[in-house]
Design a binder for this molecule. Sequence first.
Ligand code: SF4
Ligand code: SF4
Length: 67
Amino acid sequence: MSCRILLEECMACGVCYAVCPTDAITGQDDDIYEIDPDLCNCCETYYEEPQCKAVCPVENEIVCDCD
Ligand code: SF4
Ligand code: SF4
């Protein structure tokens, strides 16, 4: 149960990084943003939906298996 970033279309804007409540997203320094599946909990107990996916400006850039 986690989300991942499809790097092909990622603009490295860092918005997902800024909103992640579990610090699962890395990449601020090298501009390659990735989600650690061991730290991502799909925002459970924090938000009603995965926030990284909700805020990402690129449609379908972040895919989640959260059900
Ligand atoms: S779904 Fe939530 S916990 Fe998982 S990477 Fe995105 S913002 Fe972080
Ligand atoms: S919000 Fe979307 S485009 Fe921006 S760094 Fe994250 S995955 Fe890439």
